[in-house]
Design a protein around this ligand. Structure first.
Ligand SMILES: Nc1nc2c(ncn2[C@@H]2O[C@H](COP(=O)(O)OP(=O)(O)O)[C@@H](O)[C@H]2O)c(=O)[nH]1
Ligand SMILES: [Mg+2]
Length: 275
């Protein structure tokens, strides 16, 4: 089970996250993390794995995801099988189909009028066979809170419109949480990140989505340099307002909390937040 879609502003790290997931079981990990094994199942997912190997590891950035010429229906769909081996638990297998989206789709929510092309996509995203969505938010300063409220209120209206307000799980994540100002708040992101930096965003979601279907996360695909070395494992690329970065030490690549939102989205259960 498990159709999930990922949505969020441009450059919030969505595709890099999915690439990190696809490549998870391939790379030499700094910390041997054996709880999760990821098998990319379809061509799009294998391509993502290649991108992690050929672009992210050699310290470059992925190209932004654009709406394909063929329209939103041609956006890539990644299919993964995730094996979960926890001590004292039976092995679990999660089949996950994840649809990535282009940042324009999130940004377009603001206008209140959904572009008719995007409408098809939301109809698909919000159909009954989709169990959850992962929302990436990355800004925490300036007008980020206001801007997210505007877009997410468009989004919650769509959830209502498609009558998914009772049964769609929504995981909201602050991405790139290795950033020094955010890292200490990662352990209890709802209180220490959302209440502090994005309070209106949190209020809006809390008022629109039933509590059992809403969880807050902090994740970082790049992570930090080590368990006892909280320096970010990233180098900011010049320009782009700090939105573009690359890995700093590829051989220490250890994502933070990339599974716990997916695990909750697909099973409704919590798992340690650092995985
Ligand atoms: N600092 C940091 N940068 C990241 C992280 N994940 C992705 N990025 C960078 O953010 C930029 C946008 O990433 P991308 O995945 O294309 O974002 P998308 O537009 O949301 O799909 C790229 O320069 C990535 O290298 C992360 O965990 N931390
Ligand atoms: Mg992308």
């Amino acid at each position: 089970m498990g159709n999930i879609f990922v949505i969020g502003p441009r450059k919030s790290g969505k595709t890099t996250y999915l690439a990190g997931l696809a490549y998870w079981s391939q790379r030499k990990m700094a910390l041997k993390q054996k709880t999760f094994k990821v098998h990319p199942l379809n061509e799009d997912a294998r391509h993502l794995e290649e991108q992690a190997k050929n672009i992210i590891l050699p310290q470059a950035s992925l190209e932004g995801t654009r709406i394909p010429l063929g329209g939103v229906s041609d956006l890539p769909v990644y299919s993964f099988q995730i094996e979960v081996n926890r001590r004292l638990h039976k092995t679990e297998t999660i089949n996950l189909v994840v649809k990535d989206s282009a940042g324009e789709i999130f940004d377009g929510l603001e206008s209140g009028f959904i572009n008719y092309e995007h409408e098809d996509l939301f109809e698909e995203y919000l159909s009954r066979d989709v169990g959850g969505c992962l929302i990436f938010l990355t800004g925490w300063q300036g007008d980020s809170d206001d801007s997210y409220v505007q877009k997410l209120s468009g989004f919650t209206k769509l959830i209502d419109f498609y009558e998914r307000n009772k049964d769609l799980r929504v995981a909201v994540a602050i991405s790139k949480c290795e950033r020094g100002e955010l890292w200490p708040g990662r352990l209890d992101p709802e209180i220490d990140l959302f209440d502090v930096h994005l309070p209106q965003t949190k209020l809006l979601l809390r008022s629109e989505i039933p509590p059992e279907n809403l969880r807050f996360f902090a994740l970082s695909t790049f992570g930090v340099l080590g368990r006892n070395d909280p320096r970010p494992n990233r180098i900011n690329e010049p320009g782009w307002d700090g939105a573009m970065s690359v890995l700093r030490e590829p051989n220490k690549w250890q994502p933070y909390s990339i599974f716990s939102p997916l695990y909750w989205l697909s099973t409704g259960k919590r798992i340690g937040q650092n995985v």
